[in-house]
Design a protein around this ligand. Sequence first.
Ligand code: ADP
Length: 464
Amino acid sequence: MANFQNTIAEMTLTDKTAEYSEKVKANEMNPLASLYENLLNLGADSVADKEQKKYIRITNFITINAFIASLVYLTIAILWERWFWFGANLGMTVVCLLVIFMNGFNYTNLSRLTFMLGVNLALFGGIVIMGPQARGDNFFLIALVIPFLIYDLKSTIHILLGVGTSMALLVFCSYLVPFMTAYNLNVEQQLLMYHIGLVIQFFLALSAVYQMALYNRKAEEDLASSAAQMSFQTTELKRSNSDLEQFAYIISHDLKAPVRNISSFMSLLATKHGPSLNPEAREFVDYSRNGAKRMERLIDDVLSYCRIGTNLPNPTPVNLNDVVSTVRFELGERLKAINGEVIISKELPIVHNVHSSLMYHVLQNLITNGLKFNKSANPEINVYWTNSLNYYTFSVHDNGIGISKEYSATIFQMFKRLHNENEYDGTGIGLAICKKIVEYYNGEIWFESEAGKGTTFHFTIRKF
Ligand code: ADP
């Protein structure tokens, strides 16, 4: 049904409107077609909402065609001098005219309601007057569809009201028809009515199928063109990302040598001429050395960030227990000094299709941070994991200072630090590196934390 709604909407709104305005501009439209288009637009111009415009145009579309059909029946009734029949069709014509006028005066809601219920009343009146031969009860089936066409599917009350009255009247009429006196049509006239009804229904079905096919083709074309556009944009994005990384890599690489020179010469200056410098000058030299060292670390970190995912060997199965053991071993001295511990609370799995160097980076960064941002007398890191169908979820929990929730998105950005250099050293790239690596394996990284009680970083690795 939604397809059919869209079908008519597409036809009446998009294509035709554009085509129409082009033709009007070019003065090509004949007056009848122009009148038809103006009638289709009645009331739609005053509404801003695009969806509502669409439904008003659909209402106009159906009403105008129903009006034309009822004029045909009126003419036949006059020719055959069937005045009851004439009366019944007049009811339908009046309903259509009312709807057109209401839309003209922008009573668009009232007009739709009048149309939906008016069609049912006019049909009912026609059946009562004309009896079973008119085959009017068939038209209740068409009336059943109307609410779906002229209302947004969210307007449940309107749709139920329309469908409910059509159904109730259809059932009521099927009980009533045998007791009604047939309006005396002769056999030829009954046959003619039958054929006209058949032709109308045939064309309605044909037009629905045609419009649906048109709509589907357009939807397919739209889908294909947006898929092509998306793939183009993805390629562009990948290219510009890799350009940017290449740029950062080259700059960092080229900066390395001069920064190292500054650092070495500052060290030389301090060792060779330190004693002869006055205290203030020595302090300045120290500042410069520290600055140059920090710059070196920053450059190294930016280079590691840029290198993630490049020149990697083939992935292999990696035993994460071994990775954590290596990190623990490397931190040995420091752990002793701060009385800290790194515990694997649940034996970790062997993960396939990853790179041990990258897994090392993630775990090393998270474990080191957990120990660094920690004021506890016994800093403790717990590493554990959970399994699900498509992902492994690893968690690194610490009993440190905690992180406020408001940083949940920004903390993974490059150079984002919540503390200054004097409080805790660092470059602010560690978590950005973790995020890039985790995303390289189609995973996600996030944290849960309670101020003062500790933080748990979770990350997922997709199973292939
Ligand atoms: P760095 O450690 O070099 O400062 P990171 O990218 O690793 O950079 O971390 C960014 C910031 O996130 C840190 O400066 C710190 O403020 C905060 N942070 C990271 N891990 C933790 C943690 N486990 N507990 C508290 N704060 C943390």
